[in-house]
Design a protein around this ligand. Sequence first.
Ligand code: FAD
Length: 575
Amino acid sequence: MTHEFDAVIVGAGGAGLYAALEASKTARTAVVSKLYPTRSHTGAAQGGIGAALGNVDQDSPEWHAFDTVKGGDYLVDQQAARILAEEAVQAVYDLENRGLPFSRTPDGRIDQRRFGGHTRNFGEAPVHRSCYAADRTGNMILQTLYQQCIKNDVHFYDEFQVVEVFLDGTRVAGVAAFELATGEVHVFKAKAVMFATGGFGRMFRITSNAHANTGDGPALLARVGIPLEDMEFFQFHPTGIRGMGILITEGVRGEGGILRNSKGERFMERYAPTLLDLAPRDMVSRAIMTEVIEGRGIRGDGRIDDWVMLDASHLGRETVYAKIPDIADFCKTYLGVDPAEAPMPVQPTAHYAMGGIPTDIDGRVCTDTTVYAGLYAAGECACVSVHGANRLGTNSLVDLVVYGRRAGRHIADYVRSADHSRLPADAGDAARERIATLKKSRGPHPGPLYERMQQTMMARIGVYREREQMEEAVAEIRQLREEFQQVRVQDNSANYNQEVLGILELENLLDLSLVTAVSALNRTESRGAHSRKDFPERDDVSWLKHTLAFLNGSDVSIDYKAVDTSIWEPKPRTY
Ligand SMILES: Cc1cc2nc3c(=O)[nH]c(=O)nc-3n(C[C@H](O)[C@H](O)[C@H](O)COP(=O)(O)OP(=O)(O)OC[C@H]3O[C@@H](n4cnc5c(N)ncnc54)[C@H](O)[C@@H]3O)c2cc1C
């Protein structure tokens, strides 16, 4: 079956829905999503959305932009960060006007809380900048945007997994998608296609990410020759529930929660004397791992799966249940711990992809030399780059609404004058054949490969990295990609065949694992979330540049792109 639209948005998280809302003002717009929209990972975002409203403390977008650049260890494109911080303010008011129920100050304004790396006056002290709706901010954003999209007649194709993108030279022509309910492959012809497929934390064993976060968009584009930017920078959030990785929002520390080691010490005093527990995430995750490796984890054996404690019990029952009610629920359900009474055991958890599909400030997919006409990306799968080497908390939700909206506006304008490109006559056939092959012959189950990939990435491309381990990771991932060719489904049914989807997702994760591992091995410095034991210093002379990695069969070739440092001179980071 073939469908024709002006614009197809792949993904119904915050970025996709905001773009659809804007694009639908002029374009016949479809959202194609493998999940029902409100199940997208944006709905799991707890802590908040950063914007310099100045409702609690004095604040300014300039300080927000500076914190973003410094937090990203100066690999941030600075004009993009300026736009992020300036447009964040209006974006939050827009969400409020569309009905988002933010938590309030006693005098009725949008309340704000502290978050890591967000400061007043270029680093003086923490600032209240994160706007929030208890610890359900992302869920509220999704509900609000989805309702608005329905009102604006956006067409939704729910539980359709995009499996292929069609380019005509450097112009986009459409996508093919697998319909979960029927097993059919549909072709969507479109003048503009935007990828908003979210993150890919499922590469790692301990992760805060939902099962669907498998990086489908970046992987599909990598396979048609589009490079991926800065893939070596993957954020580990310091506070995942021990052994499970389920996130405990930084908002807990924003409200006054404290990290302690086995001796009860507030160890962040040694690592970030000014911001303490609210230092940027890369620094806090490294501090936890250092405590653990040096034997001051709770178990004390120095193994990397040891943990520390996050204590919020001194905040009082009323604050805990008013400000972080969902966290209290998670802890009681998964740990049998009530955070109003006892500390929570935590360890770093793979959380956020700073890298992804390279775009300009209008969401157009591009490299220094090529703009792919009609092809857009925004949200976690994209790299604009406002997060550089390390994202600050609350800046992803801002990225979704600011750059999702900008991309949507550009699409609305673009489709007015653009024509449809040529779709290949046999579009969709390759995907149909692929799925038929998976069902026809017998072969091993993908489960063990999935586990080996996650173990390898966690152990060798984790918080701390070094050459030998990364080389082993690259070799192991190559091996897994070969073994993957034999994998087959055990379930042949046409309807709701989750196994087919799972195999296609694993392929995407394996491709992105390879690109991530090779990009990490290539960068011989430490910057932000990429921390090498063998190259512990940041090296601006050789490495103040973005990586562009091209996937070519089992090879990855590397090129570079300049960083925009037009506002602030890179400086060493202290907090
Ligand atoms: C537990 C958790 C808490 C977080 N808390 C915060 C926070 O407080 N503040 C903050 O700023 N950030 C937070 N983040 C980060 C932030 O939530 C995410 O980066 C962001 O929501 C990603 O949004 P997105 O629109 O890019 O993608 P997502 O919301 O992940 O949506 C991706 C969409 O793409 C679709 N999709 C994927 N692949 C395909 C395919 N092949 N075909 C069709 N559709 C596809 C999915 O169906 C889904 O609709 C948190 C993240 C996690 C995991």
